[in-house]
Unconditional design. Structure first.
Lengths: 379, 441
């Protein structure tokens, strides 16, 4: 064994960690359009993919960027794109296409303050509900929210694993502060997440199965990719298992139930949280993303002052990890939900912990939530 | 004359499905011609991806045994580009209507400029046949549709010229009645770069009855618009996907992440906040970065948060550095311990900091700026009075050097060591020394 490297520290930011995580996960195709504060991911990907045999391209707009990613994914590439809130608006229709066509796709959303153009260089967490409901139909997607620079690396890898496993868009929700503020990070914190091989049909198969499979609903259906020895069909219209357009209610119902169940039946597998319980705590602090950093400082300060408090960092925002939230909320009187938006995720907590007082700390002025504000709300 | 024996392994790439098109619609004959072209090129179904757009033409992929991609309206070219980039050996053919050239106009233009090796067939029937015959980018002036009841007022798009003057390798205009249309399609598909065929045909559901349109009138309209038919553009240019791979072979950009093995940490009593407020273009961020780097070298943790306008060279630039004995979770600064105000821009962004600071804090202000109100200890230095005067873009570093020496936020020898590294190391050290030498005014 060589000497341990745990003492090594790097000065880096979340954007760099995301790029490193993507490359470690085998991402070999990236398309994006310049937008603050996501542009550094675009630049790093375009500068680093060619040396590794990958493809990185700047699209003529956001729509083409996600479109190229979807096309490349169907041809076998591991794809990622990155943008900010206004870009997610332009991705919207293609997010639906990726849901319908069951395309593995990692979408990084570096959130900035909105609405509209808002403030490009100011942080926020305002896209929390938007990424979940941002395309027509209301069908589920997965969204992860790293809360540290090191988690940016690990959860990017996790996002690829989930995208490949569930064949759906996976959002990585970060924000300007986490993506672009440089921090000292313990190098040992960059932990690889396992990225399972993409389930595919043998490209050399002479007699492949149908492109899609709706029974049993929610099952993992191996992908068929362009470029093998058999033709492959893909469509964004309601379709049968051979990807031919149909309006037959029995088939369409089975298709859409499959799209729902492949996420809803696997919430436990997707769920990621970091619980920090304390016996006798009457208050649970709950947060995610960069705001979880404020929460961790608040917890440390409160405990040092002899105040009992529990905390939960939600890393998988969608689907909502209800079991972990219920466990963390068991026995407390109050849940404080801290977030940089008008209180968007607090409504999920109100739904899951319906019998407990939920106090939202909802900041919309572009500043981070100081730990002291959270400490004041501990009972 | 003997019939030649066909050696083509795939006598047809049509499947058994019947076309869904209206009687008299030209789309079926265009697809027959495409099939003829694919057979002539001896392509196997798995070697071809037909990417269809939306509208009547968007149904087309379902009548072939090839691979297929049916996506969103106007975006077919983007999926085709992604497929081609990922798998350059595939023959990627887009089938779109004239409607797609409007909503997807940016993609049409970009594909031609890139010269991405896909083939686009535009089934151009001058209106939106699937949604009720509304006017499109190619409806000629004066023609009647449900959305141009008084006659169309917009000039029709010259699709071939649009791609042709912007880098396409091949552009052809014709009609589905042309005898050589299958040959031209084969020619387009065999072209390494971007090829487009603008194929005019009849929409018997709407455009024909609304305008008493006919096969003869297609030709007359083309002539009246002054548009030529045939192969209009042919150009030798590197194809994008191949060129990208060629260029990548000599490309060297590695992702650099600096690893610092920290020295044993000296004692740090508490978290320390150091803020530099100056102007964009004034190297505020790089000056602050040296403080953060020195802190790391000293074995502490640091964070640097930069606030700047979206403009790069004008307006304020504020860098907030946190130095801590522990990992930094909350990266906000409400109350600086040291605030270096380099310029008027910086002063303008410092109001909240100045208000929050206590008598324990230190404000280092560039001479000539109005003296702000603050409880902190305020002193002024004048970088312009140095001999030689310190240039505007270098004042942040000189003042930061002064403030580090004065406050000891990080050990000065380590700060100097960090500042002296790299291509600008010698110049940085001169500036730091000049800053330290500045007397309080």
């Amino acid at each position: 064994m060589t000497a341990t490297t745990t003492a090594q520290r790097v000065f880096t930011d979340g954007a760099t960690a995301i790029v490193r995580g993507a490359l470690a996960a085998g991402c070999d195709f990236f398309a994006g359009y310049p937008i603050t504060p996501a542009s550094s991911i675009l630049m790093m990907m375009l500068q680093n993919l060619p040396t590794r045999g990958g493809i990185g391209i700047q699209g003529e707009d956001e729509i083409s960027s996600i479109g190229m990613c979807i096309g490349a994914a169907m041809a076998g590439s591991r794809v990622m794109t990155a943008t900010s809130g206004p870009g997610i608006s332009l991705y919207s229709e293609n997010i639906g296409l990726a849901v319908m066509g069951e395309v593995p796709l990692v979408i990084v959303d570096v959130q900035r303050l909105g609405p509209s153009t808002g403030a490009a260089t100011t942080t926020a967490q305002g896209d929390v509900q938007f990424v979940r409901w941002g395309t027509g139909g209301g069908y589920p997607v997965i969204a992860l929210a790293p809360s540290t620079v090191a988690e940016c690396y690990t959860l990017t890898m996790r996002a690829f694993d989930l995208a490949e496993r569930f064949r759906c868009p996976v959002f990585l929700l970060v924000d300007k502060e986490l993506a672009l503020t440089m921090r000292t990070v313990d190098a040992a914190g960059f932990v690889d997440a396992p990225v399972r091989p993409r389930p595919i049909v043998d490209p050399a198969a002479a007699d492949p199965p149908a492109e899609y499979l709706y029974e049993p609903a929610g099952g993992v259906v191996p992908m068929q990719l362009y470029g093998g020895k058999h033709p492959v069909r893909f469509t964004g219209s309601t379709h049968d298992e051979q990807a031919f357009i149909t309006k037959n209610p029995a088939v369409v119902g089975a298709l859409n139930e499959h799209l729902i169940h492949k996420i809803s039946d696997h919430v436990a597998e997707i769920a990621m949280t970091r619980a920090d319980p304390e016996d006798g705590a009457r208050t649970l602090l709950l947060s995610y993303g960069v705001t979880a950093g404020s929460m961790r400082d608040a917890v440390a300060a409160a405990r040092e002052a002899g105040v009992k408090v529990a905390a939960l960092t939600v890393q998988s925002l969608w689907p909502v990890p209800e079991t972990a939230i219920r466990e963390a909320g068991a026995g407390v009187e109050r849940v404080v939900v801290a977030e940089l938006n008008p209180g968007l995720y607090a409504r999920e907590i109100e739904r899951v912990l319906a019998d407990i007082e939920v106090v939202g700390v909802a900041r919309t002025d572009g500043r981070l939530i100081p730990p002291a504000e959270l400490i004041e709300l501990i009972v | 004359m003997s019939t030649p024996i066909s050696l083509t392994p795939y006598p047809t790439l049509r499947n058994e499905r019947e076309y869904p098109f209206c009687p008299g619609c030209g789309h079926g004959s265009v697809l027959d011609s495409l099939n003829e072209a694919l057979v002539r090129l001896e392509l196997a179904p798995h070697e071809v991806v037909i990417v269809s757009d939306i509208g009547c033409s968007g149904l087309s992929d379902q009548y072939f045994t090839t691979s297929a991609f049916h996506g969103l309206h106007g975006r077919s070219i983007t999926y085709a580009t992604g497929i081609k980039l990922s798998r350059p050996e595939l023959n990627v053919i887009v089938i779109m209507g004239d409607g797609g050239t409007g909503i997807g106009g940016a993609h049409l233009l970009a594909a031609a400029r890139r010269n991405i090796g896909i083939t686009v067939l535009v089934l151009n029937n001058f209106n939106f046949g699937m949604t009720g015959g509304q006017h499109s980018t190619t409806t000629p002036v004066g023609f009647v549709t449900p959305t141009t009841p008084g006659g169309n007022l917009e000039n029709p798009l010259d699709i071939c010229a649009t791609v042709g003057v912007n880098g396409a390798a091949y552009a052809y205009r014709g009609t589905n009645f042309d005898a050589d249309i299958a040959d031209r399609m084969a020619e387009g598909i065999a072209t390494a770069g971007f090829a487009l065929l603008d194929v005019w045909d009849l929409c018997t559901a709407y455009f024909v009855p609304n305008n008493k349109f006919s096969r003869r009138k297609i030709d007359q309209t083309m002539e009246a618009l002054g548009l030529d038919s045939g192969v209009l553009y042919r150009r030798e240019r590197p194809e994008f996907a191949a060129e990208y791979r060629r260029q990548a072979a000599d490309h060297h950009a590695g992702l650099q992440v600096e690893v610092v093995a920290p020295a044993p940490a000296a004692r740090l009593e508490r978290r320390f906040h150091f803020v530099v407020a100056g102007s964009a273009g004034g190297r505020v961020r790089s000056a602050a970065r040296l403080v953060a780097a020195a802190a790391m070298r000293a074995g502490w943790w640091s964070a640097q948060r930069d606030d700047y306008p979206i403009t790069v060279k004008t307006g304020p630039s504020v860098s907030e550095v946190i130095v801590s004995a522990e990992e930094i979770n909350y990266s906000g600064i409400d109350q600086p311990d040291v605030l270096v105000i380099v310029s008027e821009d910086g002063l303008g962004k410092s109001a909240a900091f100045l208000e929050n600071m206590t008598s324990d804090g230190t404000v280092c202000l560039a001479a000539g700026l109005p003296l702000p109100e603050t409880a902190a200890q305020l002193y002024t230095i004048d970088p312009a009075a140095s001999d030689p005067p310190i240039a505007r873009a270098s004042r942040a570093l000189a003042m930061v050097g002064h403030a580090v020496a004065r406050t000891g936020v990080v050990p000065f020898d380590i700060f100097e060591d960090v500042a002296g590294q790299g291509a600008f190391g010698a110049k940085n050290l001169d500036l730091v020394a000049a800053g330290v030498a500045l007397a309080e005014t």
